[in-house]
Each structure stands twice: as C-alpha cells, then as structure tokens.
Design a protein around this ligand. Structure first.
Ligand code: UT7
Length: 320
C-alpha cells in the first residue's frame, strides 16, 4: 500500500506588519475593539511592493525542502493554491518551479480560494497514492492585500499575506488517512472578486466583495459537517484528533467548529490573531508554526479543514 506522508513543513510571512491600530491610523473607520471582538485578529503581515505570491511561496518551499531533508530535484509534482497569482498565466506553480531552479516536475495551480490548500493536498495525495508521483511540493501562497478595497472596512481588516508549504512523499507508513472536498457554485456571490482582464483593462471589480454574515453562517455549518464526513471515511471519531488546524478566518468560526466537534480549544491551532486571514496560506502557515514550536509531534493525528469562495470546502485527516 502506498501512502502519502508529510515529511517537511515550511512557511513565510513578509516582515511588514499592520496592526489594528495601524489600520485606524490609516483613516479606516474601525476600532481595535471591534476587530478583536468580532474576528480575533490583532495584526496581519503585508507583502512589500516587490514581493509576489511566487516569492512568498519560494521562501516557504525552501524551508519545507530543508525540513524534509531532500534535494529540490527530488520534487516531481508542484501544486500551488492561490487566488492572487503573479500573472494570468503562466501558473504561479511554474514560476515557483523556475525560482527553485528545478525543472521537469508537473506543476499547476489550484484555485479554491480559502479551501485551496485542502484541495491541493487532497489532489497531491491522489497522485502519490496512484503511484504516478513520489514527491510533491504543496503550497498555499497569497498576497490578498493586493485585492482589498481599503475603503471597505467590512473586508480590508480581515486579510493578510503569507505562504505555507509541505513536502508530501510516498511512504509505506500513513500518511493521509482520508480527504473530502466539496463545492457549491450557486453561492459564488457571497464571496468573490468579480473582475477579469479584457481588452487591456480590468473589467468588473478587482476587489474582494463579501457578505460577511452569510459567509459566517455557511462556514460554521460546512466545517462541522465536513469534519464529521472525513472522520467517518477514515472510520475514526473526534477522540482520535490530536490537533484541529482549521482555516484561519475568524476566531468565532474556529471556536464554534471546535465546540460542535466537542474539541477543547487547546487542541486547536490558531494563528488568526497575528496572521489575519491569509486564504490558501492559512492552514499550512498554522501547521508549520505548530510544528516548529514543538506542539505538533510525529505520529499525531491532524485534521486540516478549509472553507472559502466558490463556495468550496474540504478536510484532510492525516497522521503526521
Ligand atoms: O475565508 C472565508 C472568508 N471570510 C470569512 O470567513 C468571514 C466570515 N464573516 C465574518 O467573519 C463576519 O461576518 C465579519 C467579521 C466579516 C463581520 O462580523 P459581523 O458580526 O457579522 O458584523 P456585520 O457584518 O453584521 O456588521 C455589524 C456592524 C455593522 O454596523 P451596523 O449596521 O450594525 O451599524 C457594520 O457596518 O459592524 C459594522 N462593521 C464594522 N465596524 C467597525 C463592519 N466592519 C466593521 C469594522 N469596524 N471593520
């Protein structure tokens, strides 16, 4: 039996931070109290003007490669989740591949917004389990600050930039135990960037538009459902989970999901306070921070789950 196992993690946050107080100083009509109480966010990282998603992805990937103790040449599959790609094309995965200085591996992007990393990891696992590939680099990288309307206080206070990466290798030991992915495109209006490039111009709106309360309700519902579904698929129950690593959108969504699952918050990795919502990067960023701080240990059972625009949602249950 071929399993797919995470053998290394890495992450990168751009050095510039923007606190809630900094946002107020920029003239945004908000307060630190409102943001902390409604979202749990205190600060977020913002990429410098010269940094693209592929640059953040490169820094995170190099750390994951080092942690896995493999030569970058061993990677035969690169899957990168982003909604803020460097270009319309080529894919940010191909640009990352060039920056890594390797060639030949299959490389493509996955677009599932905040569920992107769960999607990318589930896809990579299927490639490895099929026997077609042996060593995948799976990345979530975002520069969401580029698609924020800084006059819309309902969205601009929520997001941040960053990247996280894992190396997923073929192994005789588990590994990914189960994964579940879902989408319902009929809800695309509640979270979208409804613009595109046409005839040399941006047509539509190049900024995040969100119906916050509708997204909140949807997220709380599907995160609990998909967690149960992936546990059922693996024939396990919540008692088996050592760590829940949810998408980091809002501490209240995370608390509600943990409560529905009957998990105490000390089994939940949270980074939303310092990172904000980094979309596809939030799960691998949280994973790497908990691995590097020594909280997550080899052999523990992790539940990764995401929800985002599309609407998309998914969960991956794995033995680390
Ligand atoms: O990755 C998935 C992407 N997004 C999410 O998961 C976000 C999900 N949604 C949420 O996290 C929450 O809905 C928000 C944090 C976005 C909003 O919290 P809420 O408790 O649902 O607030 P609301 O949108 O119902 O707005 C309540 C009030 C409104 O004022 P009035 O109409 O009651 O006078 C807003 O205008 O809060 C006001 N408000 C703000 N006030 C200060 C909205 N944004 C802000 C702000 N600062 N930044």
């Amino acid at each position: 039996m071929i399993y797919a196992r995470i053998t290394g993690t890495g992450s990168y946050l751009p050095p510039t931070t923007l606190s809630n107080i900094d946002l107020m100083a920029r003239g945004i009509d908000t307060t630190d109290e409102w943001i902390v109480e409604r979202t749990g966010i205190r600060s977020r990282h913002i990429a410098d003007a010269g940094q693209q998603a592929s640059d953040l992805a490169l820094a995170a990937s190099l750390k994951a490669v080092e942690a896995a103790d493999i030569p970058a040449e061993k990677i035969d599959l690169i899957i990168l989740a982003t909604s803020t790609p460097d270009y319309v094309f080529p894919s940010t995965a191909c640009l990352l591949q060039a920056k890594l200085g390797v060639s030949g591996a299959a490389a493509f992007d996955v677009q599932a917004v905040c569920s992107g990393f769960a999607y990318a990891l589930a896809v990579a696992e299927k490639f490895i389990r099929s026997g077609s590939h042996q060593c995948a680099l799976v990345v979530g990288a975002e520069v969401f600050s580029r698609i924020l309307d800084w006059n819309d206080r309902g969205t601009c206070v929520l997001f941040g930039d960053g990247a996280g990466a894992v190396i997923l290798e073929a192994s005789n030991e588990p590994g990914v135990l189960a994964s579940v992915l879902h989408a319902d495109g009929s809800h695309h209006r509640i979270l979208e960037v409804p613009g595109n490039v046409s005839g040399g111009k941006v047509v539509g709106q190049p900024f995040v538009k969100m119906d916050g309360p509708a997204v909140f309700k949807f997220a709380v519902k599907v995160l609990a459902e998909v967690a149960q579904e992936v546990l059922n698929q693996a024939g396990m129950d919540t008692g088996a989970i050592d760590w829940l690593i949810p998408h980091q959108a809002n501490i209240r969504i995370i608390q509600s999901t943990a409560k529905k699952l009957g998990l105490p918050m000390d089994k939940v990795v949270t980074t939303v306070e310092q990172h904000g919502n980094t979309s596809a990067a939030s799960i691998p960023l949280a994973l790497d921070s908990a691995v590097r701080s020594g909280r997550i240990k080899r052999g523990e059972v992790l539940m990764l789950e995401g929800v985002g625009g599309g609407f998309t949602w998914g969960a991956v249950l794995l033995k680390f």
